[in-house]
Design a protein. Structure first.
Length: 615
């Protein structure tokens, strides 16, 4: 959930660290800080609030040095305050630490250290780590920062990403990853080395990266990195070249990253499809799944695990896979999955959907599935992420960096990835004829253009936002494939505009929510011309009869619905299975336009972070 950036090399470290932290602002944070080895001492600068406050502090009290670490913190232990901001310095001034994760046994460790005379300057669990490192440096590690870190982290419970800088060994940084507290990417430059919790922080500096696995420890110098397990076994670094263009992380002509990412969806969907479909033969290729026809036919059930927006995407994917591949699919909240001792049997496959590939609840669900012997697949956007690496097979979304906290292009890309998966399984299992597969891939070929047509209309929603930006509640209704889109539309509105909104299956409205309907309750009904169109018209009539204002999301050319609803948002006619991809676009834009009208921080909504790496 927090951002980490570090540097060792010939250049001045603070500008590099501050630039990297700026590229991680989308993750959410409440304070920031950096530490630099300068003139024989570890110099720390910290401040509360936005990164701009830290920049001002560094400008007012400059610090220079060629090795340093920085951090943006989201409070878990201790209120947002300068004394609780990272980095944390050991009592003897010898070590400084930044940390992502939660030290589950910090109270007992703190009590033990306090009894030994250690003085704590913060309320955080993180300070326990740096004081432990200082203790082991004097007792058994002979001052070696790598060995002291290894011994200290062996006492920690929980999942962690930790970076350490030492005053007496200022030519190096030490980093470790334990469990699923977030990523640790090591960037290899020419005579310089970088470290970050996420790729965008250092992609402009280098594209050659190494990703730490759980229970590995790395020592970084200007010349590169050496890696070992926490048991001391050397590990040969697996260097990967990341192909992301740094320019794509800039807002460009858009006011917010979310706006930019909404309008990137025709491209991101094209990139998700590109190279995977033979449209003439109606065949899909997903080599990352490593799945033979025999293995495909042996699959008994798929259990999809995901959180938030990815969970709603999974509900759409359930329709695809069940209808096309004739496989039973269950969808579970990843945050709940492991706590109910799920039943997994031979032939079960667990599919994890995660934009970041680092969401701790999803990774924990994957660990649970692995422990029960299930085949493990993932659909991820972040290349090289933990979820991708631990899977037996994977599909990348190819949406590119998504900076806005509220997911948009990753949502639609993950839906398209599941459509590809459903067709691939149908092909392998023989549940569709060649003609049927060609028809579905033809629909897929049309999708980017239909998305583009829809995106061209989205600026027309600004007057609607002006009409509804003062609302305090919203009800979103959908049926079948579009029920998950009602859920996602409601989530987007409450995430970024702070208006209470609920998504509901339209057929359930009369089983409770209808009691809420009056002239103060806007209702957004997804009423496309599909198999449940007549049912949705009935729901609209019931809402209108109770005085509610109805916004209908409808199909081009539907004049009948204009006599029923107060407002109509029209989208192009689309093949029924792919309708959710088009239907969600106006809901994303409406939420965005309302949030802007309300003056909300669209890209960094309060209390939210892009990648949730602690429970």
């Amino acid at each position: 959930m927090c951002g980490i950036v570090g540097y060792v090399g010939p250049r001045n470290a603070p500008p590099i660290i501050l630039d990297g932290l700026g590229r991680l602002e989308y993750r959410g944070y409440d304070s920031a800080g950096l530490a630099v080895w300068a003139h024989g001492a570890l110099v720390v600068r910290r401040d509360v609030g936005k990164l701009a406050n830290l920049r001002q502090r560094v400008e007012a009290s400059p610090v220079t040095g060629q090795v340093g670490i920085g951090h943006t913190r989201w409070a878990t232990h201790g209120a947002p305050a300068e004394r609780n901001a990272h980095p944390h310095l050991s009592m003897d001034g010898e070590f400084v630490v930044v940390h992502n994760g939660i030290v589950e046994n910090y109270r007992e460790l703190r009590d033990e250290l306090t009894s030994e005379g250690v003085r704590f300057d913060s309320d955080t669990d993180t300070e326990v780590i740096v004081q432990l490192i200082a203790r082991f440096a004097q007792d058994g590690a002979h001052g070696d920062v790598t060995e002291a870190t290894r011994r200290a982290v062996s006492l920690l419970r929980g999942a962690h990403a930790i970076v350490v800088l030492s005053r007496s060994q200022p030519d190096r940084l030490v980093a470790t990853r334990i469990g699923n507290a977030g990523g640790v990417a090591l960037g290899l430059g020419d005579g310089e080395t970088f470290i970050a919790s996420d790729i965008p922080a250092i992609i402009e500096q280098t594209r050659r990266m190494v990703f730490l696995e759980s229970h590995q420890l790395a020592t970084l110098t200007a010349g590169g990195c050496s890696i070992q397990t926490l048991d001391g076994v050397p590990v040969s670094p697996n260097v990967q070249t990341i192909g992301w263009d740094p320019v794509s992380a800039a807002r460009g002509e858009y006011s917010h990253f979310m706006e930019k990412e909404i309008f990137e969806q025709a491209r991101s969907i094209t990139d998700t499809i590109r190279g995977r479909v033979d449209f003439e033969r109606g065949e899909v290729t997903l080599p990352g799944l490593h799945l033979s026809p025999e293995e495909a036919r042996s699959i008994r059930r798929i259990v999809t695990v995901a959180c938030g927006t990815s969970y709603y995407s999974a509900l759409v994917g359930k329709f695809f896979i069940e209808q096309l591949a004739r496989l039973n699919v269950e969808v579970d909240y990843a945050s709940e999955f492991r706590y109910r001792n799920p039943i997994l049997e031979p032939g079960d496959t667990v599919l994890a959907i995660t934009q970041s590939g680092e969401t701790v609840d999803t990774l924990a669900a994957m660990d649970e599935a692995r422990g029960k012997g299930a085949r493990l697949w993932s659909i991820v956007n972040a290349i090289g992420s933990q979820a991708m690496r631990v899977s037996d097979g994977f599909i990348t979304m190819n949406a590119g960096p998504e900076i806005g906290v509220a997911s948009t292009k990753a949502f639609t890309a993950s839906i398209v990835a599941q459509y590809l998966l459903a067709l691939y399984l149908a092909q392998r299992r023989g549940t569709l004829t060649e003609a049927e597969r060609r028809a579905h891939t033809h629909d897929l070929a049309r999708l980017p253009d239909l998305v583009g047509q829809t995106l061209e209309r989205l600026p027309e929603l600004t007057p609607l936002a002006a009409q509804f930006h003062t609302a305090t509640n919203f009800l979103y209704l959908g049926r079948g494939l579009n029920y998950p889109i009602a859920l996602e539309g409601a989530l987007k509105l409450k995430e970024i505009s702070y208006i209470h909104a609920e998504g509901y299956p339209a057929g359930e409205m009369k089983h409770g929510p209808i009691a809420l309907l009056d002239e103060h309750m806007p209702v957004l009904a997804i009423a496309l011309q599909d198999a449940v169109y007549d049912k949705m018209i009935s729901q609209i009539e019931q809402a209108k009869a109770r005085g509610a204002t109805v916004i209908a999301l409808a199909t081009d050319g539907d004049e009948f619905i204009r006599a029923k609803a107060d407002y109509v948002i029209a989208i192009p006619a689309v093949p029924p299975l792919l309708a959710p991809v088009l239907a969600v676009l106006p809901l994303q834009m409406l939420a965005y336009a309302i949030a802007v009208r309300r003056g909300a921080d669209v890209d960094q909504p309060r209390n939210l972070a892009k990648s949730v790496t602690v429970e």
